[in-house]
Design a protein around this ligand. Sequence first.
Ligand code: AMP
Ligand code: ZN
Length: 117
Amino acid sequence: MDNNCLFCRIVAGEIPATVVHETDTTLAFRDIDPKAAVHVLVIPKAHHADVVALAQDDPAGSAALLAACAAVAEGEGLRADGFRVLFNTGGYAGQEVFHVHAHVLGGEPLGPMLAIR
Ligand code: AMP
Ligand code: ZN
């Protein structure tokens, strides 16, 4: 655990979150500032700074994270109408929290993939 990491502190129970799904290795909770009707963050419990670090350091954890995203989409009822999964990574993507997290977004039409095009 990284004591300076917001999402490690959520995993540790030091900061409250609205948890919607949990496994031995993953946690999913509602984004505090939702950008869509459904906006859930899905994280590995272990600290990895971004999706590249996770993929390189823990392939099994990467698969578990993807499976957790799928379970969240099912649990939130997003499968039929569709949804989006994204990883902001680094400066151009505006990553703010450097503990890898998948954004699972849905519950309404999501518009174009990017604001700049
Ligand atoms: P990113 O820009 O991809 O790093 O996304 C970070 C996300 O974390 C943003 O969508 C924030 O709204 C969200 N966030 C920040 N603090 C919290 C918190 N305490 N609980 C839930 N979500 C949070
Ligand atoms: Zn962390």
